[in-house]
Design a protein around this ligand. Structure first.
Ligand code: ACM
Length: 516
């Protein structure tokens, strides 16, 4: 349902009073500007007058390993005040690594004596910095500014808070992926799944297999020039992501969605004839020649190389939409690919169809379809697998918002912000409760997306909505309150140059800007 907001105006106080998890606060809640997304687990505004005065010459104290995270904070403070803060002892903003908040949790206290951010891990500190960034007043006049006192205690609901970029249908250069990583990090997302190969393109150089990128990487949907990442490009992305506490999960989609590989190496086809490069958008027509020695060598080489380049725990082997194989050949292929992933020291992730196969301990399946009866997923959960939820009708960011959307598809329906936000991952699928859900991921397929502006337009504001689904306790979530908080982020997006969809469901301009 599309809501219009002309008569609805929630004050931020009301937002925070509603938000739950708070104790000791009455109607006089004054965390002005605290339109936090994702909403923390607990927000307790301080008493009247317990404010912090942020001086442009503020000092940040961050001993030991906290110093690396403090760099991110220093940039945020500089963005807010126009002046780079100093690092040193006895600062008014203090970061510390101390036990207590859990693996990704943090505690953030703002008061007259300064700002204290404590966490058990550098990841927790980084998430606290993202929250603090949303609280910083924007004061570029060179003078002091006021930050309302607050105590925030926070930790994520789910371990896997992901986004997926399809760089196969249309390639995106390293700089664009870094930009997406920056935007993800601002909303505490921690997994970037890169869909690196498909019928239309092979986008990662593999040692000893030069034709994959020379031929397979040479085109894209619509017939443009394509492109690919060298191993060094990929390492650069892994490092950039890791500096923002994001793991890259590489996907090599097999045994279907492989026309680019089949065009590169004739031996991968059962008839021994190389396929023509493909620039259309049909799916389901291609498959590796399952059972052949050439395919086995290829899959072994590729998985070993991708695992070698990837420090994270996971390698994604695709496994979706295979229409040209018998179920026996399909499961044989999946089980062999899984064995190679495990042999390379990683855990397999794959689309839900692999639930038909025998899964190894630690394997993860990714739900994507919109069917009510997800047999393959239930089968996977019965085998002990965890599930990443990417229901297309909720979180496929390439779906159009409405019939006027300038790009996107609509095979899973129109997906407005409320659709992306208003669902409970633990209640989506029968037989797949909270304990089976590893997390939530928002894929963005790029059949229609040829540039970073269109990518941002599809991701914003739905990506922050999905980030809150993955982070915030279900009991604290409500779409109208979320929409009111989200409205405060538009000014920040404009500052960052983010192209976003001005959804009629969001009360733009009716709440205070996020930071002032
Ligand atoms: C998919 O959308 N085929 C995973």
């Amino acid at each position: 349902m599309v809501k219009r907001w002309s008569t609805v105006r929630l004050t931020l106080a009301a937002v925070l009073v509603w938000a739950g998890g708070m104790t000791g606060c009455g109607a006089d809640v004054r965390v002005e500007g605290a339109a936090l997304v994702p909403l923390p687990a607990s927000v307790v505004p301080a008493a009247e007058g317990e404010d912090f005065t942020l001086e442009p010459a503020v000092v940040i104290t961050a001993p030991g390993e906290a110093a690396g995270v403090a760099e991110h904070l220093a940039l945020a403070v500089q963005e807010a005040t126009g002046q780079r803060p100093q690092a040193g002892p006895d600062g008014a903003i203090r970061l510390a690594l101390t036990p207590g908040a859990g693996a990704e949790g943090y505690e953030l206290v703002v008061g007259p004596d300064g700002v204290d951010l404590r966490a058990e891990t550098t990841a927790g500190l980084f998430y606290g910095v993202q929250t603090l960034r949303q609280l910083l007043p924007q004061a570029r006049d060179g003078g002091p500014s006021r930050m309302a006192g607050v105590r925030i205690t926070d930790r994520p609901r789910f371990a896997w808070r992901g986004a997926m970029l399809d760089v196969a249908r249309h390639f995106r250069p390293v700089a664009d992926v870094k930009r997406y990583l920056d935007l993800m990090a601002a909303y505490k997302l921690n997994v970037l799944h890169l869909h690196l190969t498909d019928d239309q393109g092979w986008r990662l150089a593999i040692a000893g297999r030069p034709e994959l990128t020379r031929i397979g990487g040479s085109t894209q949907v619509g017939g443009g020039p394509g492109g690919f990442y060298t191993a060094d490009d990929y390492r650069e992305l892994v490092k950039y992501a890791s500096d923002r506490f994001i793991d890259i999960v590489p996907e090599i989609d097999m045994p279907g969605h492989t026309n680019a590989a089949l065009a590169s190496y004739a031996e991968l086809n059962c008839d021994g004839r190389a396929r023509e490069p493909y620039t259309g958008i049909e799916v389901g027509f291609s498959t590796l020649c399952v059972g052949s020695a050439a395919t086995d060598r290829f899959v072994s080489d590729v998985i070993a190389e991708v695992a070698r380049l990837t420090p994270g725990d996971y390698v994604h082997i695709g496994g979706d939409e295979v229409r040209e194989l018998s179920e026996a050949d399909y499961t044989r292929f999946v089980e062999r690919a899984q064995e190679l992933v495990v042999r390379a020291g990683k855990r397999m992730v794959a689309w839900q169809e692999v639930g038909k196969a025998r899964l190894a301990p630690g394997s993860v399946v990714q739900y994507w379809q919109t069917r009510e009866e997800p047999d393959d997923v239930v089968n996977a959960v019965r085998q002990g697998a965890k599930v990443v939820l990417s229901p297309a009708s909720r979180v496929y960011l390439d779906m159009k918002y409405d019939s006027d959307s300038r790009v996107g598809q609509q095979w899973a329906g129109l997906v407005e912000v409320e659709d992306s936000y208003d669902w409970d991952p633990a209640a989506l699928l029968p037989g797949v409760g909270e304990a089976a859900v590893l997390g939530v991921e928002a894929p963005l397929w790029t059949e229609t997306v040829t540039n970073i502006d269109d990518l941002e337009y599809l991701a914003f504001p739905r990506l922050p909505a999905v980030a809150e689904v993955a982070w915030t306790p279900q009991k604290s979530r409500d779409f109208e309150v979320f929409a009111s908080r989200l409205a405060g982020h538009a000014e920040m997006w404009r500052r960052w140059g983010v192209d976003f969809h001005e959804s009629p469901q969001i009360p733009w301009g009716t709440t205070d800007p996020l930071t002032r």
